[in-house]
Design a binder for this molecule. Sequence first.
Ligand code: NDP
Length: 490
Amino acid sequence: MTSVPDLVTPTWEYAPAPESRAIATLRASYGLFIDGAFADPVDGGVRKTVNPATEEVLAEVADAGPKDVDRAVQAARRAFIEVWGPMPGRERAKYLYRVARLIQERAREFAVLETLDNGKPIRESRDVDVPLAAAHFFHHAGWADKLAHAGYGPDPRPLGVAAQVIPWNFPLLMAAWKLAPALATGNTVVLKPAETTPLSALLLAEVLQQAGLPPGVVNIVTGDGATGAALVAHPDVDKVAFTGSTEVGKAIQRQLAGTRTRLTLELGGKAANVVFDDAPLDQAVEGIVNGIFFNQGHVCCAGSRLLVQESLHDELLDRLKERLGTLRLGDPLDKNTDIGAINSAEQLQRITELAASGEAEGAQRWSPDCALPERGFWFAPTVFTGVAQSHRIAQEEIFGPVLSVLTFRTPQEAVEKANNTPYGLSAGVWTDKGSLILWMAQRLRAGVVWANTFNRFDPTSPFGGYKESGFGREGGRQGLGAYLDVEVDA
Ligand code: NDP
C-alpha cells in the first residue's frame, strides 16, 4: 500500500521590509494648539508619549489644565462668531478640500507617526487610517455648500462650539471623523486626543495651519481624562461628541443631564460575527480574522464573538487556526506585519486579565506558535472555544486580539445569542442566501450589519450604536444632523 503524504501548509520566509521612520519628524516636545498656534500650557503640565512596540519615549506632550481648556473654548467661540459661523459653506468647503489633499500629500508621514505612537501595523495605518481620514474630509467638504439639500430644512444652522473627545485606537481617523462634519456644518472645535496617542492629531494641527484654516476654528488640547472632563464640563460648549468606553460615556451623560449641551456617544461593542454552514468558507475565515485581529482587536465594532453554526464548527475552527498560524506579529513598521503592539501597559493588563477569566470560567484557550518581542506590549492572537454566553469573555469588551467562539443551530438561536449583549454597535452575517441576510439584518440590534464582509468603513455610511454602544450617528447625511441646530432622532 502506498502511503499518502501529509498535506503540509507551506511556510513563507519574509525578509524584513521596514518602513523608514525618518519620514516622520518627531519634535522633542509639543505644545497645545490654541487659536492657530502652538503654546505652552498655562496651568497644565507635560507627559511623555511612548512607542508601545519598544517602550521608547517618543516626545513630551503638554497636558492642558482647566485654564488652557478655557482659553481653547474662548478661541473657538471667537472664531465661531467672527469667522467660521458667518462664512458661506462654499468657502468652508475649500478649507476642507485643502486639508484632505494635504493629508494625502503627507500620507507616509502620518502613517509612520501613527504607527510609532499607537503600535498598529504600518500596513493598516498606511492603507486604512490615513486614506479614510482624507476621505472623511473630502466627503464632508462636498456637503459644506449643500446643507440646504441634506434634509434639515432650507437653511440649517450650526450649533456653535463642539467639544470632541477621542480614544487611542484610531487617533488620526477619529480626529478626522469628528472634525470634518463639525467644520463642514459651520461649528468650531476643541478636540482632546487620547493621552497615549496625541502625535498624529498634533501633526494634523500643522496641516490645518498649512491649509490656512482661520485661527481658533480648531483647537487641540492634549492631556488625560481630567483634561477631557474639564472640556466636556465647560459651560460655553454647545455640543459634546465622545468616542471611548461606555463607563466614561455614561459619566459624561450624567454630567450633561439637564444642561442644554447636545451630546452624541460612540461607545463600546461586543459584536457577533455569525457564520452559517452555507457561507463561503475561505472568505468567512478572512472576515473573521479581519473582524477581530485588525488593529489588534482595538476596535469598538470588532467581531469579538464568533457565532458559528454547529455543523460547521470543527471545519471552520481548523481552517481558522491554520490561517492564524500564518499571521506575523512583530515590528509594526515592517510592511509584512499583521499584528502590532498593544497600545499601552494598562490595556495589555486588561486583556491579560480578561483572557485569564476565560480559562478560569472553563473555556478552552488556543494561540498559534508565535514569539513575542521582549520589549514593548504584546499579546498573541487568541481563540477561546467552548464559550458560554455567561462567560465574561462573551459579555465584556476585551478590546484586544481575543476571539470568543460560540455555536448555534438555527437562525432564531443565532439572533437571540447575537443580541444577548448590553452593546449594539455592529454585527456580521455570512451566508450564501440573500434572504437570510435580510432576515437577520432586520432582527440584529446593531447599528451596522455587514453581510459577507466585516470592518468596512466609508464616510458616506452612517455609523453608530444601540443600547450601551451609545447614540447618534457619525458619517453620511445622518451624521450632519448631530452638528446642526435641528431636532434629530437619537
Ligand atoms: P476612555 O473612555 O477612558 O478614553 C476615551 C477618551 O476619553 C480619552 O481621550 C480619555 O482620556 C478621555 N477621558 C477619560 N476620562 C474622561 C472623563 N471623565 N471625561 C472626559 N473624557 C475622559 O477609554 P480607555 O482609554 O480608558 O479604555 C478603556 C476601555 O474602554 C478599553 O479597554 C475598551 O474596552 C474601551 N474603549 C472603547 C473604545 C471605543 O471606541 N468604543 C475606545 C477606547 C476604549 P485619556 O486618554 O487620558 O484616558
